[in-house]
Design a protein around this ligand. Sequence first.
Ligand SMILES: *Cc1c(COP(=O)(O)O)cnc(C)c1O
Length: 466
Amino acid sequence: MEYISTRGAAPALDFEGATLAGLAPDGGLYVPRQWPRFSPDEITAMRGLPYATLAARVMQPFVGDCLAPERLQAMCDAAYGRFAHKAVTPLVQLDEQHWVLELFHGPTLAFKDVALQLLGLLFEEFLNRRAENLTIVGATSGDTGSAAIDAVAGREGIDIFMLHPRGRVSDVQRRQMTTVLAPNVHNIAIDGSFDDAQAMVKRMFNDPDVTGRFRIGAVNSINWARLMAQVVYYFATALQLGAPERKVAFSVPTGNFGDVFAGYVAARMGLPVERLIVATNVNDILHRALSEGDYSAGTVTPTAAPSMDIQVSSNFERLLFDLGGRDGVAMAEQMRGFEASKAMRLTNAQREGAAALFTSARADADDTAQAMRWAYEQCGQVLDPHTAIGLHAARESGLGADIPVITLATAHPAKFPDPVERATGLRPTLPARVGDLFQREERFTELAGGYDNVAAYITERAVPAA
Ligand SMILES: *Cc1c(COP(=O)(O)O)cnc(C)c1O
């Protein structure tokens, strides 16, 4: 499989190249040249497979000949063997129509482990082959950082520099990053929002002083391999609820549009998906884009769901590219306009294409608390605020009673104990396997805002590519 940039001006890469590259040199994002498709018979034949086996089967067309099937299978076995639930992503029923897909049984208690545990292994494999070093630079609003750090801590040939907005991630999230003391892990707290941190990371990918000496890798969802790994649980869930004969809908608490884009990919691969519901908090750029065609960034409002406190959703570009006829030149122009004015209109083709599969909803603080209360009081399920936003959107969706609606549970409730306790009266406790988090030593560096400062810190410490 070949990967092309959404902005049409970067050379095509194979899977190995796209995994190591992160952002394309023209500023675009890599996407497969075409979507592989499974027939209904092929989908039926996936029923009942163990998660890791299903994962290898769904991902093989994207990997192509960069990994032998047995090697990919072994990596999936290793990555998903670290999950604390045998089903990896168990499905829980709330009522006649609603289900919750628990994606938080990985080492850091958020859905990002599902992709990053595999990505760490992919990095190691490909770097070994090339005898190269990788400098991972990432920005996190909370969960990406801890999941990425867990996935690469102590791995050879990799250094990770993780930027988080100081004071804007929860204590659990921060400690999950800063208590990993492996020498290849560097945590940096910056003054500013997640978007500021993300903008610095993007700039670093395009800074010749940095890219000339170091191989800079991405672990946020601009990395295609992450999205690929997330496609798997859409298949796993739909299969359990009757695919390919029966259609299902997914409600996805959304920030950077990575997770829900993986659902779109699953649909393009032939999985019968009735609807993808894009759930946002009051940082609702995606809701406005999908309901009114208005993709314009405001300022970030901190909420109880910090991993969704995002105004610019990187992966939306992948959707717009696909819906706009895959015209890289037009996409580059549209994104240049957005980068200049922080606003753009979707084209008619993009709006109509999106409307065929996506709906959206926005949840404010009350809606979020009410959804947590409903799940707890009516169904005995304790949800985290991100998941609650998804559930709110699912219950508002107006889908027919014959369509099962699955809300993706993106974090364990104990990652956000305060808002959960306020809504339900119950304080969720961390699972025993991470129980000593608050006793562990922390290590991180605070850097005042400013790109040059951060870039200098990183280039003084990173290992050159080869
Ligand atoms: C990252 C994250 C999200 C948002 O996922 P995207 O792929 O960025 O849309 C939602 N919930 C939680 C808990 C997360 O960590």
